[in-house]
Design a protein around this ligand. Structure first.
Ligand code: GDP
Length: 362
């Protein structure tokens, strides 16, 4: 599966948010094994399209798609030099596909700040610096190794060394790699699994008032995020923790009274999904209506493989209808009769919201 790591300084609200995610109805009952590792939560991706389709088709079973969140505690200043659980923390981040960086944007004298004062810009700087230092170390090692190998005179290796050196020198001025590299360079550096190349969003933990009006902390982070071209979402960890204790109906009512469309957790899940560049397609049968996750840009034959390798191997064609057409006609039968079902081949690029029936040879 795809996953998103929750990082940030100590005491900013990471565990509060993570626990709310896993305690709320967000946690997927279809993946009971997720309780094995207490730092991993597999949660359903909220998608009203799935429930609309299910309402029309009335299947026996409705199955949402999921993503994983990983609570990564332990980052402190100096982590890249092995402070605290530094190295372990960094290797945990290496394993995630995207990063949700939680930043404290609330005042509360009962909650100690590790650096004595709520200061989101400084907090962000500390975390990003640790990640970048870890990346510089990886690059440095890679350069040394390549240089050794390039001694034999291999031209390609020498060019690679030059590229890495130039990236290293720019990154050492403090620019995060995701903001520094061209798409081509990103591909070149893929094998090193660099931390500041991973897609990242800022999750601003605010108090309830902060949800409606940006406080000064939020404004500060938004400026930083704009410069970095990063996504920002606001969430109130405290409120989400309280919401997670409520029954689904009660929680819904509470949100309605507040005048918000969805909970912060739902926003977090949806934005995490987008950050990972994932899209959803549906299969819709009488037995089951199900949402499936694929990377944006996946072909029909590879999407079929998500369901079963036999379907990929024996792929004949995909019968596809986009969601808005389904929404209009509400029945696969009708869509077929009206000739609105498209026949697509192996190389068709699946679109978000497609409802697909795969024909295949057994
Ligand atoms: P972590 O170290 O980043 O995982 O932080 P925790 O989730 O353990 O939170 C640290 C403290 O801050 C706890 O006492 C939480 O109850 C409190 N806290 C978390 N979120 C909020 C919030 O949105 N508002 C307030 N006032 N306190 C919060």
């Amino acid at each position: 599966g795809f996953n998103c790591g929750i990082i940030g300084l100590p005491n900013v609200g990471k565990s509060t948010i993570f626990n709310a995610l896993t305690r709320a109805k967000a946690e997927s009952a279809n993946y009971p094994f997720c309780t094995i590792d207490p730092n991993v939560g597999i949660v359903n991706v909220p998608d009203e399209r799935l429930y609309f389709i299910a309402d029309c088709i009335k299947p026996k079973k409705v199955t949402p798609t999921v993503i994983e969140f990983v609570d990564i505690a332990g980052l402190v200043k100096g982590a890249s030099k092995g402070e605290g659980l530094g190295n372990q923390f960094l290797s945990n981040i290496r394993q995630v596909d995207a990063i949700a960086h939680v930043v404290r944007c609330f005042d509360d004298e009962n909650v100690v700040h590790v650096h004595g004062k709520v200061d989101p810009a400084n907090d962000i700087e500390i975390i990003n610096t640790e990640l970048l230092l870890a990346d510089l170390e990886v690059l440095d090692k890679a350069i040394l190794k390549l240089e050794k190998n390039a001694k034999s005179g291999n031209k390609e290796l020498k060019e690679r060394v030059a590229v890495l050196k130039s990236i290293y020198s720019k990154a050492s001025e403090g620019i995060l790699l995701r903001n520094l590299l061209s798409e081509e360079e990103k591909v070149l550096l893929k094998e090193y699994n660099l931390l500041t190349l991973k897609p990242m969003m800022y999750v601003l933990n605010v108090d309830e008032d902060g949800l409606f009006e940006d406080n000064d902390y939020v404004k500060q982070v938004k400026e930083i995020a704009e410069r970095e071209n990063a996504k920002v979402i606001k969430i109130s960890g405290k409120m989400e923790a309280e919401l997670a204790e409520l029954e689904e109906d009660e929680a819904k009512q509470y949100l309605e009274e507040l005048g918000v469309e969805r909970s912060g957790l739902e926003t977090l899940i949806i934005e995490g999904y987008k950050l990972l560049d994932l899209i959803t397609f549906f299969t819709a049968g009488e037995k089951e209506v199900k949402a499936w996750t694929i990377k944006n840009g996946t072909t029909a034959v590879k999407a079929a493989g998500k369901i079963h390798s036999d379907i990929e191997r024996g792929f004949i064609r995909a019968e596809v209808v986009d969601y808005s057409t389904f929404k209009e006609y509400k029945s696969m039968q009708k869509i077929k009769e009206l000739g609105k079902l498209r026949l697509e081949g192996k190389e068709y690029i699946v679109k978000d919201g497609d409802i697909i029936y795969f024909r295949f040879n057994v």
